[in-house]
Design a protein around this ligand. Structure first.
Ligand code: IMP
Ligand code: MG
Length: 185
């Protein structure tokens, strides 16, 4: 998958600037994050809430590295259309059916960019009387002007480039890449 010819094949002709995180590096970091999460929650019900669609691969890998009982559910919120710049509005399309009250809630996000999605979701989830509420993100661009809650668990400090792969898309393309790359203009 690291050969140039293989990258060109999965990208369907679209050019990438560079591979930012190789599949191996992601795997190692996700494994460590699973250990951090396991150690951070010694007791109580833990509900891991994946924010779709971007977190689907990360969440799938992460939960298998958490060595304690957990429940898994999802949230669907929309912010961007096909743009590479956030339009601002955040809409909740699917709300978890699982009860949240009295549980440790861990919201899992793929990447923190403007932070709008997370600010809104943490506010909504906070009203459901969780025992604790924290956030886990694979990537953080550190450009959010007013991020209210920093992630308790973070994979990587991301470059300020538009990234695709490992769940991250550009207009729904490239989510399936096993690595994370930045797109060429
Ligand atoms: P935010 O609300 O601006 O923090 O952005 C939230 C969502 O935008 C993320 O969950 C991603 O789905 C998407 N997003 C932000 N930056 C990128 C990127 O570099 N590549 C792909 N998707 C991104
Ligand atoms: Mg997206």
């Amino acid at each position: 998958m690291h050969e140039l010819a293989d990258v060109a094949r999965v990208m369907g002709g679209r050019k990438i600037r560079r591979v930012v995180y190789e599949a191996d590096a992601i795997r190692d970091r996700v494994r460590e994050m699973g250990r951090e999460i396991t150690d951070a929650y010694p007791d109580g019900d833990l509900l891991v809430l994946g924010l779709l669609k971007g977190s689907f691969i990360f969440l799938g890998d992460l939960v298998r590295e958490i060595q304690r009982p957990i429940q898994v559910d999802f949230l669907v919120a929309t912010s961007y259309g096909n743009a590479t710049v956030s339009s601002g509005e955040v809409r909740l399309v699917y709300d978890p059916e699982t009860r949240l009250d009295g549980k440790h809630i861990l919201l899992v996000e793929d990447i923190i960019d403007s932070g709008r999605t997370l600010n809104r979701l943490m506010e909504v989830l906070g009203t459901r009387n969780p025992r604790s509420l924290a956030m886990c993100a694979l990537l953080h661009k550190h450009i959010a002007p007013d991020l209210r809650v920093e992630p308790r668990f973070l994979g990587f400090d991301a470059p300020k480039e538009f990234l695709v792969g490992y769940g991250l898309d550009h207009a729904e393309d490239f989510r399936h890449l096993p690595f994370i790359a930045s797109l060429a203009e």
